[in-house]
Design a protein around this ligand. Structure first.
Ligand SMILES: O=C(O)CCCC[C@@H]1SC[C@@H]2NC(=O)N[C@@H]21
Length: 187
């Protein structure tokens, strides 16, 4: 039992690190870049569920808050969190929680993972748009278009990837006995 908990804690730390690496995959846009972060958040939640997926994101945000270069463009520090992209980063915590919770309340199948990851995408974008609007003091329409709508298409691609890869990895972790889950994965 204690070993099991330790494994999930270690996996949370691993996914915090994975998120830091995926943050460095960026395509620059005028205001906010396209990044691999949301794929990592979706994977963490789909594989680890709400509790440990959220923990992974809390570790990630704390690492960035103390100045480690884990955010996009190898940035770190509180100034990023209070800056134009901080809302997305805080949103990763809520996203991981809600995505994982949907899967726990339903089941860890590809279909539900698709639903959960799309809801998660919207949660991240809403959090991001709100902070973007107030930090840059721009109209809601500009914040929604440049901070939300412009990420929808790529967000769908990442949500599908997170659902597909996440469920496969979770199934493999369970079937090889690396981790135990209360509710076995159903397809
Ligand atoms: O500075 C950071 O590290 C945060 C960047 C946030 C990028 C956001 S996350 C949601 C949306 N989808 C993307 O691919 N990029 C933005």
């Amino acid at each position: 039992m204690r070993n099991e908990r330790l494994k999930w804690l270690l996996l949370s730390a691993v996914f915090a690190a994975v998120t830091a690496v995926f943050s460095q995959i960026t395509i620059p846009l005028p205001l906010i870049p396209i990044t691999g972060q949301t794929l990592a958040v979706g994977l963490a939640a789909t594989i680890l569920g709400s509790r440990y997926g959220t923990l992974a994101m809390i570790i990630y945000v704390l690492l960035g808050a103390v100045g480690l270069p884990v955010f996009s463009g190898a940035n770190g520090g509180l100034q990023v969190l209070v800056g134009k992209s901080g809302g997305y980063i805080f949103g990763f915590i809520l996203t991981a929680y809600i995505t994982g919770l949907i899967l726990e309340k339903t089941r860890f199948s590809f279909g539900w993972a698709l639903v959960a990851n799309h809801v998660g995408m919207v949660v991240t974008l809403v959090c991001g748009v709100i902070q973007l609007k107030y930090v840059l003091d721009i109209p809601w329409s500009a914040a929604v278009m440049s901070g939300g709508v412009s990420f929808l298409l790529v967000g769908v691609v990442k949500a599908v990837l997170a659902a597909w890869i996440g469920i496969k990895v979770r199934e493999r972790l369970v079937s090889t006995g690396l981790v135990q889950v209360n509710k076995p994965t159903l397809s």
